[in-house]
Design a protein around this ligand. Structure first.
Ligand SMILES: [Fe+2]
Ligand SMILES: [Fe+2]
Length: 193
């Protein structure tokens, strides 16, 4: 699914199910970071009008997701906790060397974003299929569909702005690297942990 080379260990859902409040806070910040990434791409690459259009829409949509998660936290009588470090993302963004032309830098950021969306989508799918709380499962099913759309959009932009053959090769290498990171994960009650 989604080109990912290593599926999440399904036991991860059992860990999450025992601590829903914890994952909701982590999840809320994933949505906030997705919105921040969209805004940051606008600031870094203002010369791409189509990208700006989509990133404006995306930042709104991701903050909409943030609100959905925050509403759920409040419904559960909780308050949003502090932001957590996303070890997965921090490892992932070490893959491409820093620098290069503006186009290269743009392609790298788009590929990272595509992969984070793809993995989030995979994790949401697992939650939608395996959680016993049916309301929560349905909540994750809807979000899974959105994130799948974001994944394809980022990949489409990378292929449009970069050299197609080079982008496809980089994407494949990044997927392989990500699979290595995933081998050590699936043990925490966070979206990417
Ligand atoms: Fe989202
Ligand atoms: Fe997204």
């Amino acid at each position: 699914m989604l080109g990912l080379k290593l599926p999440t260990d399904p036991r991860w859902v059992n860990i999450v199910a025992k601590n829903i409040d914890e994952i909701l806070t982590d999840h809320a910040y994933c949505e906030q970071k997705a919105a921040s990434t969209a805004i940051s791409l606008i600031v870094s690459f203002p010369e791409y009008p189509e990208l700006i259009e989509e990133m404006v829409a995306l930042s709104r949509e991701e903050m909409g997701h943030f609100k959905m998660v925050h509403d759920l936290i409040r419904e559960r009588g909780q308050t949003l906790g502090r932001d957590r470090k996303d070890e997965y993302v921090l490892e992932l963004i070490k893959f491409f060397p820093k620098g290069g032309s503006r186009t290269t830098q743009l392609v790298h950021r788009l590929l990272y974003a595509a992969l984070i969306e793809a993995r989030s989508c995979e994790r949401f799918r697992l939650l939608s299929e395996e959680l016993e709380d049916k309301n929560l499962a349905e909540f994750y099913r809807k979000l899974m569909i959105s994130e799948a759309g974001h994944y394809t959009m980022f990949l489409k932009f990378a292929r449009k702005y970069g050299d197609l053959k080079e982008v496809n090769q980089k994407w494949d290498e990044l997927l392989q690297y990500e699979a290595q990171i995933m081998k050590g994960l699936g043990t925490k009650e966070t979206i990417h942990g």
